[in-house]
Design a protein around this ligand. Structure first.
Ligand SMILES: NC(=O)c1ccc[n+]([C@@H]2O[C@H](COP(=O)([O-])OP(=O)(O)OC[C@H]3O[C@@H](n4cnc5c(N)ncnc54)[C@H](O)[C@@H]3O)[C@@H](O)[C@H]2O)c1
Length: 272
């Protein structure tokens, strides 16, 4: 059911990583709430596949294959969206990922780190949010209205084993959120807001094999996470919809610079 005060009807919403698990689920929800949706992804085939999947919801979403690390491609995309709809109301920075060489397996130490992979993970997760924020945020500051939603992680605030590069990048996302929130508000007025969602543990492509065995039982890492989550379960991806819609809508007009955990209590729990 549509909530009037969290209304996103007619809002032009761009999702980088819209062809992925989290971004795709957010797109499905927001289209059903009446948003005009732009799905971005790295590979054209996966963008087209996602558009096909989303077709059941109507809404005629636009799909664009865009590398978030290529400023020119982002600018071309901005022009295409502005030519079609005349404005950009919301940007969700959901492109991201990890590489094996930027992680430290149980039988490795930090000295096994692969610097090339580390740089790629920092680039994708941090620069891959900074560049779209600058390119689409420019349109928002010009129209004096907009909401940017970054995707942080539990790995941004506490040391979580294995995910070294990813954690550094997501800690950067938290500061990007705070910095841009203040910068936009102080220099362009109170209409453009920047916030982040910090998802706890949701089963996605990138982490499923770390958390669940082929027979459906939890891995030892999966068990540790459940033990440290007061709600004692993983999140369902549709449990991000409420906060995404809140931040995309004008209901959050005085919320900026916030990093909001959606984690079943993981972040506040001492484990005791
Ligand atoms: N799944 C989880 O449990 C979880 C938890 C916390 C945070 N996150 C974060 O949420 C975001 C999305 O995760 P997901 O599980 O949907 O991942 P996913 O692998 O399903 O999707 C990743 C998306 O990023 C896009 N992408 C990758 N490189 C790109 C590039 N250079 N240019 C443009 N797009 C590019 C892909 O096309 C894809 O659409 C990531 O930032 C991830 O770190 C996920």
């Amino acid at each position: 059911m549509k909530e009037a005060h969290m209304d996103v009807t007619g809002k032009v919403i761009v999702i980088t990583g819209g062809s992925g698990v989290l971004g795709g689920a957010m797109a499905a929800h927001l289209i059903q709430q009446g948003a005009k949706m732009v799905i971005m992804g790295f590979r054209e085939e996966s963008v087209l596949a996602k558009l096909k999947e989303l077709a059941v919801f109507g809404g005629d979403p636009l799909g664009l294959a865009v590398d978030v690390l290529d400023e020119n491609q982002l600018k071309v995309a901005r022009k295409q969206i502005l030519d079609r709809w005349g404005r950009i109301d919301v940007l969700i920075n959901a492109a991201g990922g990890n590489l094996r060489g930027a992680t430290i397996a149980d039988d490795q130490t930090i000295f096994d780190l692969e610097i090339k992979d580390l740089k790629s993970v920092l680039d994708l997760n941090l620069m891959g949010s900074i560049l779209p924020t600058l390119v689409f945020g420019k349109a928002m500051t010009e129209q004096k209205h907009g909401s940017i939603i970054n995707i942080s992680s539990m790995a941004a605030q506490q040391m979580i084993t294995r995910v070294f590069g990813y954690s550094l990048a997501k800690a950067g996302i938290d500061m990007l959120t705070k910095w841009m929130a203040a910068e936009f508000a102080m220099k362009f007025g109170d209409g453009v807001r920047v916030n982040a969602i910090a998802p706890g543990f949701f089963l996605g492509n990138q982490n499923r094999h770390l958390l669940v065995n082929e027979d459906g039982s939890y891995t030892s890492r999966g068990k540790k996470i459940i033990k440290n989550t007061p709600m004692a379960r993983f999140g369902n991806i549709d449990e991000l919809n409420g906060i995404v819609q809140y931040l995309a809508s004008d209901a959050s007009s005085f919320t900026t610079g916030a990093v909001i955990p959606v984690d079943g209590g993981f972040q506040i729990f001492s484990g005791v």
